[in-house]
Design a protein around this ligand. Structure first.
Ligand code: SAM
Length: 302
């Protein structure tokens, strides 16, 4: 299995060993409705994969990884690192930059990173060059995340790491995988996806932002109770059309309960709720009160 080179809060890579066996054996088109970093769509066995996310930057990066030869992508990243005189620890080691692994490379890279960020934010066109440059920013940014402010400017600060060996091999394996699977990309709100294009041989996987937890893509009130209701209606509609689906979510987390989800499950006893064994942070293991631990679930209609 390959991990996405985009670091996503709620990314499902670690959960794949529990989720994938619960998917149907035979899938014609796999629809990754909220694909994010693409961890699930890239690892599922299906004849075709439909990656959808309403974040145009994520879809832009994934499309660039699919369309451009791997050597060109790596060359572009290395050239940008050289042009901006960013660190290259895998070639030169930490001492060369007067840094160490514990403290990281932020201090050395900060100014060059800010210049790169400014140049990126001034790019007029959203083409492959824009998305590859965005990916270089992600490599050097805090926690390798993507975050834009309300005026559409990338605004994360510099991070601790660079394009190190681990990152290089993650990216290389992910590009290989994406280029080998038969896939298409879609940049839409899930409510705009026309389900008439799918049938009972296809399978829709929904991994939405979780209503009761917080993530970067949900910071500006992105996911609401209204969207939560709309999603359940969308899934009910799939069921009415004999299209199989699976939904990832948490029923409870840190003392909060998703009551809308709970009610939907009560109203629809035909759906199956599988409780997964997963904790988002190691600190969960130390929590004495078990009600504070996340109850991560996969809900299926088959
Ligand atoms: C939990 S993440 C998906 C993580 C992904 N499964 C992975 O493993 O990398 C949820 C995603 O839903 C996307 N999203 C939020 N609201 C959406 C909407 N209305 N329609 C489609 N995608 C949406 C976000 O941009 C985010 O990428």
């Amino acid at each position: 299995m390959v991990a996405s080179p985009l670091n996503y809060t709620g990314g499902k890579f670690k959960l794949l060993p529990q989720i994938l066996p619960l998917f149907p054996q035979e899938i014609d088109t796999f629809v990754d409705l909220f694909c994010g970093g693409g961890n699930v769509g890239a690892n599922v066995r299906a004849n075709a994969v439909f990656f959808n996310d309403f974040d145009s930057n994520v879809i832009g990066i994934l499309s660039a990884f699919k369309a451009i030869p791997k050597e060109e992508i790596i060359q572009f990243i290395n050239n940008t690192i050289e042009d901006y005189r960013l660190s290259n620890v895998s070639a030169n080691g930490y001492d060369f930059y007067d840094c160490d692994s514990a403290k990281g490379l932020g201090q050395y890279n900060r100014n060059q990173f800010l210049q790169l960020r400014e140049d990126f934010n001034n790019l007029p066109q959203r083409d492959y060059h824009y998305y590859l440059l965005l990916y270089v920013l992600v490599i050097f940014s805090f926690n390798n995340q993507i975050r834009f402010n309300q005026s559409g400017k990338f605004n994360l600060p510099v991070g601790k790491r660079d394009f190190n060996g681990k990152m290089q091999s993650k990216l290389s394996q992910f590009i290989d995988k994406l280029q080998e699977v038969n896939c298409v990309f879609s940049n839409a709100d899930f409510r705009q996806i026309d389900i008439e294009q799918f049938d009972e041989n296809d399978f829709v996987y929904a991994d939405p932002p979780y209503l009761i937890t917080c993530a970067t893509y949900n910071e500006q009130g992105g996911w609401t109770e209204l969207l939560e209701h709309d999603l359940y209606e969308f899934l009910n509609n799939l069921h009415a059309h004999n299209i199989r689906f699976a939904l990832s979510n948490v029923l409870t987390s840190k003392g909060k309960t998703n009551t809308i989800l709970q009610q939907w499950l009560e109203d629809n006893p035909q759906y199956n709720c599988h409780h997964l064994n997963y904790t988002y942070s190691n600190s969960n293991y130390q929590v004495k009160d078990r009600t504070l631990v996340s109850d991560e679930v996969l809900i299926t209609n088959y």
